[in-house]
Design a binder for this molecule. Structure first.
Ligand SMILES: Nc1ncnc2c1ncn2[C@@H]1O[C@H](COP(=O)(O)OS(=O)(=O)O)[C@@H](OP(=O)(O)O)[C@H]1O
Ligand SMILES: [Mg+2]
Length: 340
């Protein structure tokens, strides 16, 4: 008998692999091109659309009835105004899939990502480039794909083209694909190696919070750096936090590079998007770690396109979860994030 979600796991890995190749190709071709500065946002736009089209086309081929909650839609690619961008994306998608695709097929593939999500049945959720700013800087970004069944994340794949495979031996190459299926543990393999061997990954066994390493967003607008400094102080942590873009932070906790990921709300009006957390969430949990929001509630993926009943995210290895939550609550007590 095939293992639970065996086909979905294989297809999701293939889709993330191909989408990651799209992103890397765009980066090499456009961001490093002398005519474009890294301030130019167009490379990320082309890669975002291209990666979403590629993943959605692969999902449709294997699972035609499964809807997708994806970050992008095709509006900017339509009509005369969208022609230049559309042509670039169509060419990119054709070469990534090894078959030409007509423009309307590409737009339709992108728009398969417009599902509303919710509690019933199956849907995929996709962030074609998570950490767009990291992508443009040539630092960390990730292609993230997850399957939600009956409101719960059951499968997650995070492709991290720029993450060292082994943090203690960075010279041995970059490119990590992390994958987890509910009940089956979390694994990593080398991104870009089709027959790559998989290695089980586990969150750290750190028990004393003073020994913990913290990671957080690069952008202070996405997670409060001042609150995290206060939490680290309460926990007796002297090491500086590692700042990294994207769901690579979940992978860092899942394989013990870091022990605590803090995402501390800056504004009470921002609702986290499910595609920014679904895949990373199951990878950390299957690696033996814990994930909750700043109130200690589990993340609720059954409510549509956002985590509307959660605020922030705390992901840690199991041994430091309680202490971290206590420090988070002490720090945030009586401090309402601004409503702007
Ligand atoms: N205000 C606010 N608060 C919290 N999160 C926000 C906010 N605004 C945006 N985003 C989402 O953050 C995603 C990037 O993830 P990170 O914050 O972990 O990385 S980064 O350091 O900011 O690059 C980023 O994902 P991408 O857009 O895919 O890069 C956003 O979806
Ligand atoms: Mg994102």
């Amino acid at each position: 008998m095939p293992a639970y979600l065996e086909k979905e796991r294989a297809v999701a890995i293939e889709a993330v692999e191909r989408a990651a190749r799209v992103c890397t190709a765009v980066f090499q071709r456009l961001v490093t091109d002398e005519t474009l500065t890294k301030k130019d946002k167009s490379p990320v736009t082309v890669a975002d659309f291209g990666a979403q089209a590629v993943v959605n086309a692969i999902l449709e081929r294997h699972f035609p009835d499964d809807p997708v909650v994806g970050e992008e839609d095709s509006r900017d690619l339509q009509g005369d105004g969208g022609r230049a961008l559309r042509e670039k994306v169509v060419e990119l998608v054709g070469s990534a899939l090894d078959r030409p695709m007509a423009a309307d097929e590409v737009l339709r593939a992108i728009d398969r990502g417009q599902h509303a999500g919710g509690p019933a049945g199956r849907h995929w959720t996709l962030d074609p480039i998570d950490g767009t700013k990291g992508f443009l800087r040539g630092e960390q970004f990730a292609v993230c794909l997850a399957l939600v069944v009956d409101g719960k994340v059951r499968l997650g794949v995070v492709g991290c083209p720029n993450l060292p495979y082994d943090m203690s031996r960075p010279a041995e190459g970059r490119g990590v694909l992390a994958v987890a299926v509910e009940g089956q543990g979390a694994f990593q393999r080398r991104l870009g190696a089709s027959d790559a061997a998989e290695q089980r990954i586990r969150a750290s066994g750190v028990a004393d919070p003073r020994d913990a390493a913290v990671c957080e967003s690069v952008e202070a607008g996405h997670s409060s750096h001042s609150d995290s400094a206060q939490i680290a102080q309460l926990l007796g942590i002297s090491k500086q936090p590692v700042r990294m873009d994207s769901q690579c932070k979940y992978v860092a906790v899942a394989r013990g590079d870091a022990d605590i990921y803090l995402r501390l709300p800056v504004s009470s009006s921002y609702a986290e998007k499910i595609w920014d957390h679904a895949a990373g969430n199951i990878i950390v949990r299957e690696a033996g770690g814990c994930v909750a929001d700043v109130s200690g509630r589990p993340l609720d993926f059954s409510l549509g396109r956002t985590l509307s009943q959660n605020a922030g995210v705390i992901a840690t290895s199991a041994g430091v979860f309680d202490a971290t939550m206590a420090a988070v609550q002490q720090t945030l007590a009586g401090k309402a994030p601004s409503a702007s």
